[in-house]
Structure formats: structure tokens, C-alpha cells
Design a protein around this ligand. Structure first.
Ligand SMILES: [Zn+2]
Length: 506
């Protein structure tokens, strides 16, 4: 037997992937469960990660002409009912406000009172309330397009929750646009999907497949739903962002009409698109290892931690002076539109200190003691390498090359995730082989199965439902880069519409 290698997270990914995820979130200090079931407390280390994602995305939205606005948290029930498919899709997860004050009841306990004439739904998404505003803002074709985004929280009541991946309340952005022509709305739907793909790949180092949802997986009320899908380390898919072409459905429901240049009256064409704190869950499950989270430098909560190694109290002042001057030099540098963020951790808690930062996923750890100082060098560890793999580097060279190191880490994480996805992605044309691919080989670890399969599908919901019932596998998307190819449906053998991506999913 080889020596057991100690990991900072127990259990490891291989031992129990779902539990490993919970432990990583806890150990990384990103978030914790709240007293309200299904809701989470996002701690500063997690919130700054989210803020960095927000800033990147917000900048990209604005480059395409989108402006931010804010709409009410409460939606009158009658608004949701305006679009039949929409209300049906969300009915099962709505939090509803029915009263507006508390009164002491006969037994002295506070009870809801002041029943509302019309119940208010806590927004699960805002198409209907924003549509109502759009109907007032639009009169002529000259008022179009309207390109709006809001950063907000939404509530979708969930029975089974998991921090960041599925919570009853989550943070997100929702974009809503209205256009004079179908063509323009379709192009906007695609444009925003491209923004999501860029954020995922270039910033979260998370490779994604762009595509379209099948009818059964579409957003309730949409004509088309585009999505980006990523593979997690348990080989399941995660939908990381969606962009919907809503046709004129919501415009008709909300009365978004305009005078054309021919002086006829028409309904506008609308889109909506959203991404959420789920991206953080995706990032965790894409990059983290058995020692904790691994943060991609471009969105990392912080980039570098500097830690003094002082054994003799007399050395402390001079080492700290060296560290503070190094911190100033580093903070003067910019890394992808952000100042380098540097932590100084001078707590005297021995090895536990370094491990805390490893678990929190900071990209670069630097230790400095009197001897390093005498040699004008620093002792550097990178989160993308084994923890023992540390190296002494000349301090000036370290400062000069730090952004290059961070880029190396960023690119390395993307490449690693992409190789992982490629390794577990196959094309299957045989039904038995398909069933075997998605059947867990070890019943104690039902989460470990094949991965993604590109297989033919006839386009019928029956086949989709059959596969979902049998294997809990769904069509993640009809990939947009798919090449036209003839083949037989993996389920029924009838002629297919092309290869689609099948996977188990979060
Ligand atoms: Zn079929």
C-alpha cells in the first residue's frame, strides 16, 4: 500500500462527489446555509467573486447598448396569468404574498392580517411586469429597440436545494428587449448568448457548448431558448445561461404595440436572457479539487496572498516592511481591467494558514522569511499546482511577471476543463451502447456515468421523455455548431434531425 495522500477536503471527489461539493463550499468560505430553508448567506469571499462576474458581464452588456433599470419585486398575480404557458411553468414554485400586516390574534401571537385584494407573487422572473412598462414606453417604431437589464434577486421555491446550484432565492440578471422586427429580436437572442459564452470561457475558464433547447426544455412562453451548457467534474451538464426569443407572445400578453413607419399598428418582438449565481456553482464544480476551490484569476475574489514566515520576533518588523512594500508594488499593477488584489496574512497559526488559502482557492500564495528577504526573493506557490510544488523567485522578476503567471493559471484551467470534457464526450449510434454509457457501473456512486453523448434524435417528445424516464438523461441542447448529418434516432430508430447533446444534468 502506498502512503495515503492527505487532502484538505473530506470526502474527496471520487469518494462522494455531492458531499465533496458541500464541503468545498464550506471550506472555501464562499457561502453558508441560512436559517431560512433553501436560502443562502453569501459571505464576502463568495460575494466578491460574484461581483467580479457581475462587473465583467455588465460591461459586456453595456457594450451592446443595453442599459440597466430596476423593476418591482412583487408581481400582481393577474400579470403572470396573462401568458398561459408562462404562469403554468412557474406556478409550482411561486412565493405568494397575501397579507400586508401582522396583528395579535386571540391567543396573543402575531398573525397575518390585512388580506390583499389581489395576491402578489414574489418575482420568479420579470417578463410580465417589465412587459407592462414596455407597453407604456413604446408608441412608435422610433421608440424601439428597448434594451434593458436588471440585476436583482428572484425566488423560485425549491424543495431540494444546494448552495449556488439550486436555491429558493438567488441573485441574477435578467435582460429584456423589445424590437420592431423578428430578425432584430432573433439576432439579439443570439448576441446575448454569445456574451454568456464569452464570460464563461474567457473569465470563468469554463468551456461551454452553445445550442438550442428542445421544445420540452424551453422557457415557459418562449418560441426558442438558446443556452450554454458546461460539463462538471461528475460529467453532468450544467446550464450556465439562457437567452430566449419570445416572438410576439409576451408583447401580445402585455400589449407592447407600436406604429410602424407605414402607420400600421404591430406587436413588438421581445427577448429575455438570464444568468445567475449558479455560475459560481459551475465554476466550483469545473475547477475545484480535493484541496478546495480553485479560482480562475480573472474573477478571483483576490489574486495573491503574502505571508510572513518569522521564527525570531526580532525579524518581524523588517519582514513586514518588505511585504508591505511588495504589496504596494503589486497593487499598482492591473490585471484584465482590475487592480491586482493582494491580501497580507500575518496571523501566526503555522501551516493552517497556508491551507486556509489553498481551500479558498487564491491563485498565488507567497511566503517571505528573513532569508528570502536577504536574497531579495519570494517563495511562491500556485493553486493550479500541487501544494508542495513551490519555488523561490527573484522578487523583482516576480513583480514583473505576475500577470503572466496569472494568465498561465487562467489558460491552464480552461485547457484542463476542455480536455476533461473531450475525454468524456462521445458519439453513440447504438441504443444499447447509449443505455450502457449512462448507467452507473457502481450503484454506490450513482453520479458517476459516461458523460456527454452526441446522438441522433428524431425530434419527437416521446423519445425524449422515454430516455428521461429510463435514464434521467435529457437533451441538453441541439448544438449550434452541429454539422448536418443523417442518422437514426437513438431511441426509436426513425430518421433523426441531427446529433443533439444528451447528458444527465443539474
Ligand atoms: Zn425517436
Amino acid at each position: 500500500m502506498g502512503k495515503q495522500i492527505k487532502t484538505a477536503i473530506t470526502p474527496t471527489r471520487a469518494e462522494d462527489y455531492p458531499q465533496w461539493y458541500q464541503e468545498v463550499v464550506k471550506a472555501s468560505d464562499l457561502a453558508e446555509r441560512s436559517p431560512v430553508r433553501g436560502c443562502m448567506v453569501i459571505k464576502p469571499w463568495g460575494y466578491s467573486l460574484w461581483e467580479n462576474i457581475v462587473n465583467v458581464m455588465d460591461g459586456m452588456f453595456k457594450e451592446t447598448g443595453v442599459k440597466n433599470a430596476y423593476f418591482p419585486l412583487f408581481i400582481p398575480l393577474s400579470f403572470l396569468e396573462k401568458e398561459a404557458e408562462h404562469v403554468e411553468g412557474f406556478a409550482k414554485e411561486c412565493a405568494v404574498v397575501t397579507h400586508h400586516r401582522l396583528e395579535k390574534g386571540s391567543r396573543g401571537a402575531l398573525e397575518p392580517a390585512g388580506k390583499l385584494a389581489e395576491p402578489l407573487v414574489v418575482r420568479p422572473t420579470s417578463e410580465t411586469i417589465i412587459g407592462d412598462s414596455f407597453s407604456k414606453w413604446v408608441a412608435s417604431y422610433r421608440d424601439l429597440p428597448i434594451l434593458i437589464n436588471q440585476w436583482a434577486n428572484v425566488v423560485r421555491w425549491e424543495m431540494r436545494t444546494r448552495l449556488f446550484l439550486r436555491t429558493s432565492e438567488f441573485l441574477w440578471q435578467e435582460g429584456h428587449t423589445a424590437h420592431a422586427t423578428q430578425k432584430e429580436a432573433v439576432e439579439r437572442t443570439q448576441l446575448m448568448l454569445d456574451v454568456y459564452a464569452r464570460v464563461a470561457e474567457e473569465y470563468l475558464a469554463m468551456p461551454v457548448i452553445k445550442g438550442k433547447k428542445s421544445a420540452s426544455e424551453r422557457f415557459p412562453g418562449a418560441v426558442d431558448t438558446l443556452c450554454i451548457e458546461a460539463m462538471m467534474q461528475d460529467r453532468k451538464g450544467l446550464q450556465a445561461g439562457t437567452s430566449h426569443f419570445l416572438g410576439q407572445n409576451f408583447a401580445k400578453a402585455s400589449g407592447i404595440k407600436f406604429q410602424t413607419d407605414q402607420e400600421t399598428e404591430e406587436y413588438a418582438w421581445t427577448t429575455s436572457w438570464g444568468s445567475s449565481t449558479r455560475l459560481v456553482g459551475g465554476l466550483i464544480m469545473t475547477h475545484s479539487d480535493d484541496d478546495g476551490i480553485v479560482l480562475p484569476p480573472k474573477v478571483a475574489s483576490s489574486h495573491i496572498v503574502l505571508m510572513p514566515i518569522v521564527r525570531r520576533p526580532d525579524d518581524r518588523a523588517s519582514v513586514m516592511e518588505f511585504i508591505e512594500s511588495l504589496a504596494r508594488e503589486l497593487k499598482d499593477k492591473t490585471y484584465h481591467h482590475r487592480r491586482l488584489e493582494v491580501e497580507i496574512d500575518d496571523r501566526e497559526i503555522g501551516g493552517a494558514r497556508g491551507w486556509e488559502w489553498i481551500k479558498k482557492g487564491i491563485p498565488v500564495r507567497v511566503e517571505i522569511g528573513p532569508r528570502d528577504m536577504a536574497e531579495n526573493s519570494v517563495y511562491v506557490g500556485r493553486r493550479d499546482k500541487p501544494y508542495k510544488d513551490k519555488a523561490s523567485i527573484n522578487k523583482d522578476r516576480f513583480v514583473a511577471e505576475i500577470t503572466g503567471f496569472l494568465d498561465e493559471i487562467q489558460d491552464g484551467l480552461f485547457d484542463r476543463a476542455l480536455s476533461f470534457r473531450k475525454k468524456y464526450t462521445v458519439s453513440i449510434d447504438d441504443r444499447n451502447e447509449f443505455y450502457d454509457f449512462f448507467t452507473p457501473k457502481n450503484q454506490e456512486k450513482p453520479e458517476i456515468h459516461g458523460g456527454f453523448s452526441y446522438s441522433h434524435w428524431c425530434g419527437e417528445e416521446d423519445c425524449e421523455a422515454r430516455i428521461k424516464d429510463d435514464l434521467s438523461v435529457t437533451i441538453r441542447c441541439i448544438p449550434s455548431d452541429g454539422v448536418p448529418e443523417k442518422g437514426k434516432c437513438i431511441c426509436c430508430g426513425r430518421p433523426g434531425i441531427g446529433r443533439v447533446v444528451f447528458a444527465k444534468a443539474y
